[in-house]
Design a protein around this ligand. Structure first.
Ligand code: GDP
Ligand code: MN
Length: 396
């Protein structure tokens, strides 16, 4: 689950990370009220208006703007709310902005220069370790930094059973070239950030920029946070943070039906029972010269109702040129699944794409007969290779 910047910042603040303060607003009027409240709390009279969408690069797309008066807050918030924000990380149509964060301006002049750093905490699956990635080159496109000046990106590996050690936090502050109060602030920042990452069961906390203010405070100006969905059962307090408007509508619908569906870019829809078989089926599709249009695990009970629901979900994707159903009948008998496919096909009616069905397991032969005699445009297969060849032939 991805979070909005303002939600990520709330979690950070809860764990003691200093943040750029802000209040979320859904209208230009609310934005002004928010700005007045911020003024009362922080004394600021300059504000940043920040579009809240699940995409980075908002600044470049015109979704982050400085307002130097309440009047400007109202005008800018009015422009940003309701706009379709296009950034390097959105599709060409962009993302509709429903709300903005009114934040205090933290780039004020002072005794020393401001500096922008990059910092993220993430899981390094290959190493089985958490990792803190950081750089002096913050505020900009970190992918660009990684490409052109990779030596400016540092990493600190953290053993999850030991946690972040104080010397590691100091090494980070040192490598970022800090001294004095900023150095102390940075060690505290890193320690609290790592704690937030662990305690919230996140798989990513990306703070870009981490700002050193002109009075040598270290704070999070931005926050991109991903919470591990598998841990949501122990974060009831995070359930309401989900913003379905930001998610893929087909995935949301599939989730409500209890189907494990992930939208992909390819042209062959697949319907499979079991995640392992689903992965193998995607490989099979690639070998047959296709690209999977989705990952879909219908689970153990591949009955007619579920097969029909899964069909409907797959057919919502206009890129689907063929559907491969690959089901192992262990607990559920293949003939029952075949009947389910036939019933679903008839119920939906107008299916224009070819369907290849491979059923293997209990009563596979009966199932094949059922499909072959159904009179429907369904190609049956019992072997993996046979199914792949049939996918290949319908795509050709
Ligand atoms: P992103 O573009 O989606 O990554 O959004 P950010 O939250 O990182 O904001 C983009 C840029 O806006 C930052 O890199 C800063 O340069 C600028 N910015 C953010 N907060 C402030 C602020 O308080 N004052 C000023 N002047 N600029 C800010
Ligand atoms: Mn940013």
């Amino acid at each position: 689950m991805n979070l909005h910047e303002y939600q990520g910042k709330e979690i950070l603040s809860h764990f003691g990370v200093r943040i750029q303060r802000g209040i979320v607003a859904k209208s230009a009027q609310d934005a002004v009220t928010a700005a007045k409240q911020l003024h009362a709390e922080t004394g600021t009279s300059w504000y940043v208006v920040k579009a809240q969408v699940h995409a980075g690069g908002r600044g470049k797309g015109g979704g982050v703007k400085l307002a130097k008066s309440l009047q400007e807050v109202e005008t800018i918030a009015g422009q940003i709310i309701g706009m379709n924000l296009i950034t390097p990380q959105t599709s060409a149509e962009g993302k509709k902005v429903h709300q903005v964060l009114i934040a205090e301006d933290v780039y004020y002049p002072g005794e020393s220069e401001t500096a922008e750093f990059y910092m993220s905490v993430l899981l390094n699956r290959a190493r089985g370790r958490n990792m803190i990635m950081y750089s002096t080159e913050g505020g900009m496109d970190i992918e660009h930094v990684a490409e052109t000046t990779p030596h400016l990106i540092f990493t600190e590996e953290v053993d999850p059973s030991v946690g972040l050690m104080p010397f590691q936090a100091r090494r980070i502050a040192f490598n970022l070239g800090l001294s004095g109060n900023a150095f102390k602030e940075m060690t505290k920042f890193v320690t609290s950030l790592y704690k937030a990452y662990v305690k919230s069961d996140a798989s990513l906390f990306e703070i870009n920029p981490v700002l050193k203010t002109s009075d040598n405070k270290i704070m999070a100006v931005d926050a991109k946070v991903t919470i591990d969905d598998n841990a949501m059962f122990r974060h009831q307090d995070y359930v309401n943070l989900r913003d379905l408007r930001e998610e893929n509508p087909i995935e949301v619908e599939a989730g409500a039906l209890g189907l494990n569906y992930v939208d992909l870019d390819g042209n062959v829809g697949c319907m499979v029972n079991g995640a392992g078989l689903a992965m193998a089926t995607m490989d099979l599709i690639k070998q047959a010269g296709g690209e999977p249009a989705n990952f879909l695990d219908v689970g153990g009970t591949a009955d007619a109702a579920r097969v029909e629901a899964a069909f409907k979900i797959i057919l919502k994707d206009p890129n689907v040129k063929a559907i491969l159903i690959n089901i192992f009948g262990g607990i559920v008998r293949c003939d029952r699944v075949a009947q389910g496919v036939i019933d679903a096909y008839k119920n939906i009616g107008d299916i224009k794409v070819p369907i290849i069905v491979r059923l293997q397991g209990t009563n596979a032969d009966v199932a094949k007969e059922l499909l072959d005699n159904s009179g429907l445009a369904v190609l049956s297969a019992t072997e993996f290779k046979e199914a792949a060849d049939k996918v290949h032939s319908v795509l050709a």
